[in-house]
Design a protein around this ligand. Structure first.
Ligand code: SF4
Length: 344
């Protein structure tokens, strides 16, 4: 595949990084579809090379975000077919119901900050109108200077979003997973895509940063992925988590094939070319903690679900139980000549 026009577009963008040029990105939908269909090693190398260059131009450091899980007691019924997080879904996951106490949240946040990590993702299952994330946000902000992302899927009321803003939320995450309604329903029969889209729009209505991502390998087509990315551009999104499907035992999708690290890295790279300057996130459990370097080569700028040794809770990944250890993730970032964003 010929990458010269993408390189030319990058040179032009460097000359003029206006909002409009950044929004246009470096590739069209047609280019994205061609890139999704590459199969030669050399094309992958060229794609990763330019995506990394673009990331390095706009992002001088690789961000790292840790996790606090608030509760796994989820009111969605039936449970999402891939979910290993909610109580009773997978013996590999938490399985037993839990609700993290105020004290546990405080101790986890303090430990994360002490480790040098500067951001934390706090996620809650459905059924609380987002109030569990508000409780957590207040505790984390009262006790640390961590940047806070909260995620409760579609389970936010408008009032709760306003309250989160009042309490200095940094970013709210609501993943659409896929924009193809049929595919969405086939893996999340207890949820409506429309509700998730509405939450994304509400977050933007209150001028709060929005994170919204893709779950790869659940039956969506390349065209769906390209349409999804274009939809995110219009919201507009401030962070895109790119997650590969990674099966949890005992769930209805335990035999569904895992999305490969290469496929994830390719999607990250295409996203980087469409969104040159935004935060693109790869959670360690969904790519496989040991394969994070693929995501970095694809142009990811943020590694999620990174757990320091001193984290007081036994955190399991969402998407796969295995999380990334801080020391190992830092080592992997540095091995690629990149700089982790961490307080020394
Ligand atoms: S993925 Fe989220 S919404 Fe779906 S069952 Fe699991 S915790 Fe509930």
């Amino acid at each position: 595949m010929d990458f010269s026009h993408i390189r030319d577009n990058f040179e032009n963008l460097k000359e003029d990084t206006s909002k409009e040029n950044l929004k246009n990105g470096l590739i069209s939908k047609e280019d994205a579809l061609k890139l999704f269909n590459i199969s030669k090693g050399n094309d992958y190398l060229n794609l990763f090379s330019i995506a990394s260059e673009v990331r390095d131009y706009f992002k001088k450091e690789i961000e790292i975000i840790s996790s606090i899980h608030i509760t796994n007691i989820c009111s969605v019924n039936p449970k999402c077919y891939y979910c290993g997080f909610a109580a009773g879904t997978s013996k590999e996951g938490y399985y037993e119901p839990f609700r993290t106490t105020d004290e546990e949240i405080k101790n986890s946040a303090i430990a994360i900050e002490k480790s040098g990590i500067m951001r934390v993702s706090c996620s809650s299952a459905h059924g609380y109108g987002g109030k569990e994330t508000l409780r957590t946000l207040k505790i984390v902000k009262e006790n640390t200077n961590l940047e806070v992302l909260v995620n409760a899927g579609a389970d936010f009321t408008e009032n709760c979003i306003k309250e989160l803003k009042k309490h200095d939320i940094d970013i709210i995450c609501c993943n659409l997973e896929t924009i193809n309604n049929k595919v969405f329903k086939s893996v999340k029969p207890g949820e409506d895509l429309e509700n998730r889209i509405n939450i994304c729009k509400l977050v933007k209505k209150y001028d709060i940063n929005l994170s919204s991502g893709l779950l790869l390998g659940i039956g969506e087509s390349y065209e769906d992925r390209a349409n999804h990315l274009l939809f995110l551009k219009e919201l507009p999104v401030d962070e895109i988590p790119i997650m590969g499907f990674n099966p949890y035992k005992d769930t209805p999708m335990e035999n569904h094939p895992k999305c490969s690290a290469l496929e994830q890295a390719k999607t990250i790279a295409i996203s980087r070319l469409m969104f040159p300057d935004i935060r693109i996130t790869s959670p360690t459990p969904t790519i496989g903690a040991e394969l994070v370097q693929f995501a970095l080569m694809g142009g990811a700028s943020n590694i999620a679900t990174v757990i320091p040794d001193n984290h007081p809770m036994n955190i399991k990944g969402v998407g796969n139980p295995k999380t990334g250890n801080l020391k190992e993730v830092v080592k992997m970032i540095e091995e690629l000549g990149l700089t982790p964003k961490i307080k020394k």
